[in-house]
Design a protein around this ligand. Structure first.
Ligand code: CP
Length: 344
């Protein structure tokens, strides 16, 4: 096959490409695959190419393991590490140190493998470019096989599915109406907003009462929040934005800790660094804050900076479910792979 797949549901790119029932089907299938410890060679003879433009622990190992459980092979592609370096910009004179353009690389990889997974973080230089997910969309255009987003500038949909599965388990299949709080936290580095965007969306689409707790400067872009609000209302929930962290924690059922850079990082990185590390350095999630909640579970996508984002006591306490969350990456990705291969 050498034509681009124009049907967005042939891929797994953005949560917004799929309707609520489609997402619920994926989650239901993932629950069953997990319960059955499903390991059958239904994808024998298939290969999954995993392109990592950025590092990973969970994403890489969970995809490789899911493929093994389904009988498929994987090829890990890390440009510059045993693979040519990739030029990702379009229309440039390639007289620097980048050897191969992504355009040829993705077309060629598509001729070898059955599915491509891509990790391509935000460039953190141009907010519009990141929000439009231009690099990922270029890759989807060049590919002639289904593409899975393994975290892009705008979204981390596989993480969101794992988050959804974890909350379905926590609330015995019924997270509707539960108070979900995404709390910003300090961090020494300006992290992208893919995980918070996707975490808010999946919570809204599961009908939860969603609160974004963040300093005013860390508010996520309106285009993201408007979408979350629409999903929340459609599913019987609501979106609140709260700049008082303690007020946000009151009566919460889930505290999802995460740091991200303020949009100011795109214009004034030094001023943004001051806000993230110093001005709001007291937003670390601790047991005192957790005691304000309704016995909330603590979630984080990992990797996490201990005693910066969240204290040891919270992470090592009984309410922490971040390792379950990480395990669930395996089960949801198995469901996504099977769906894209027409096996479910
Ligand atoms: N949560 C997540 O995507 O983890 P990795 O960056 O380790 O893959």
């Amino acid at each position: 096959m050498t034509t681009t797949l124009t049907d967005r549901t042939a891929h797994f790119i953005h949560l917004s490409d799929r309707d609520d029932s489609d997402l619920r089907d994926l989650l239901r299938n993932a629950r069953t695959l997990k319960a059955d410890d499903f390991r059958e060679p239904v994808a024998a003879g298939k290969t999954i190419g995993l392109i990592f433009l950025n590092p990973s622990l969970r994403t890489r190992i969970s995809f490789e393991t899911a493929a093994v459980h389904l009988g498929a092979g994987t090829s890990i592609i890390q440009p510059g590490q045993g693979v040519w370096t990739f030029e990702t910009r379009t229309g440039v004179v390639m007289d620097g140190d980048r050897t191969e353009h992504l355009k040829e690389a993705v077309q060629v990889i598509s001729r070898y493998v059955d599915i491509i997974g891509v990790r391509a973080f935000a460039g953190m230089k141009d907010l519009d470019e990141d929000l439009e997910d231009r690099l990922l969309e270029d890759i989807v255009r060049y590919a002639t096989v289904p593409v899975i987003n393994m975290e892009s500038a705008r979204e981390h949909p596989c993480q969101a599915l794992a988050d959804g599965l974890t909350m379905l388990e926590r609330f015995e299949g019924h997270p509707e109406g539960r108070k979900f709080v995404l709390s910003w936290a300090p961090h020494p580095k300006p992290l992208p907003m893919a995980v918070p965007n996707s975490a808010l969306e999946i919570a809204a689409r599961l009908g939860m009462d969603v609160t974004l707790a963040c300093p005013p400067e860390m508010k996520l872009p309106d285009s993201v929040l408007d979408q979350v609000q629409l999903h929340a209302v459609h599913n019987g929930g609501q979106l609140h934005v709260e700049h008082d962290q303690k007020a946000a924690f009151r009566d919460a059922d889930i505290i999802y800790g995460k740091s991200w850079a303020a949009p100011l990082a795109y214009q004034d990185p030094s001023a943004e660094n001051e806000l993230r590390t110093t001005t709001y350095g007291n937003w670390t999630i601790d047991t005192k804050r957790m005691s304000l909640t309704n016995g909330a579970a603590f979630m984080h996508c990992l990797p996490v900076r201990r005693n910066v984002v969240v204290t040891d006591k919270v992470l090592d306490g009984p309410g922490a479910i971040h390792v379950d969350q990480a395990e669930n990456r395996l089960h949801v990705q198995k469901a996504v792979l099977m769906k894209l291969m027409g096996l479910q």
